[in-house]
Design a protein around this ligand. Structure first.
Ligand code: PGA
Length: 249
């Protein structure tokens, strides 16, 4: 079993100055711990300064929250995967529910972005998750597996074996409502089964994270549940001391 992964999705918080101040406080409170992997997803404008602030802690990774699938060109306002990599990113969040909900990222767009991330040498962290109405009509697994299968449809098996998946039920994101560990485990188990059909025994090495209203109080219980290999945390990652407590869960 690989090390647990703790990923902080800052969303549209922490510009460069705030990022520097945050990471100073975080590093002071978090000495190197080889038993876990920590990833920060700052806004694109703060990638470079995050990389600089973490230069003496190469075990802590920086990731970009979104990429466009073209490498360069007339796409005003977008960030390409090679540019994010140049700015210090090692990972790319793809298909976050806020991208799907507010910016129209479809399953097919998400697949292109996953492929672009891999091509640029970034590890894609593909987010999947059902809305409340989908859960209520028992469509959770169908929705999640559709998002997952389409999301990876442009990847080679070797790229799938090196990716990260995050299950984030939309109704749990930013709402204070968390999935019960057993409900998360059921979805993670279905994703793992699908992974196994694609890449065989290597499926066991792909981390599947849970996200949605994770905090310092519920992190340990979620992490202890079968098939939950790590946590993707939004709101509760914005305070460095709280985030340290979660990473130590
Ligand atoms: P939340 O967000 O922890 O604030 O619910 C999680 C996410 O959107 O990644």
């Amino acid at each position: 079993m690989q090390k647990p992964v703790f990923a902080a999705n800052w969303k549209m918080h922490n510009g460069p100055q705030e990022t520097r101040a945050y990471l100073q406080r975080f590093l002071a409170a978090y000495p190197e711990d080889p038993s876990r992997t920590v990833i920060f997803f700052p806004p694109a404008v703060s990638l470079a300064i995050a990389g600089f602030a973490l230069r003496e802690r190469p075990e802590i990774l920086v990731g970009v929250q979104n990429v466009y699938w073209e490498e360069k060109g007339a796409f005003t306002g977008e960030t390409s995967a090679p540019m994010a990599r140049d700015a210090g990113a090692k990972v790319a969040l793809v298909g976050h529910s806020e991208r799907r909900q507010y910016f129209g990222d479809t399953d097919e767009v998400t697949a292109r972005k996953c492929a672009a991330a891999c091509k640029a040498g970034l590890i894609p962290m593909l987010c999947v998750g059902e809305r409340l109405d989908e859960r209520e009509r028992n469509a959770t697994q169908a929705v999640v597996l559709r998002q997952f299968k389409t999301g990876v449809s442009r990847l080679e098996p070797s790229q799938i074996a090196n990716m990260v998946i995050a299950y984030e039920p939309v109704w749990a994101i930013g709402t204070g409502r968390t999935a019960r560990p057993e409900d998360a485990t059921a979805v993670h188990t279905a994703i793992r089964r699908s992974l196994r059909e694609m890449i065989g025994p290597k499926a066991a090495e792909v981390p599947i994270l849970y996200g949605g209203s994770v905090n310092a109080e519920n992190a340990a219980e979620l992490l202890a549940a079968p098939e939950i290999d790590g946590l993707l945390v939004g709101g509760a990652s914005l305070d460095p001391e709280t985030w340290v407590r979660i990473v130590r869960a």
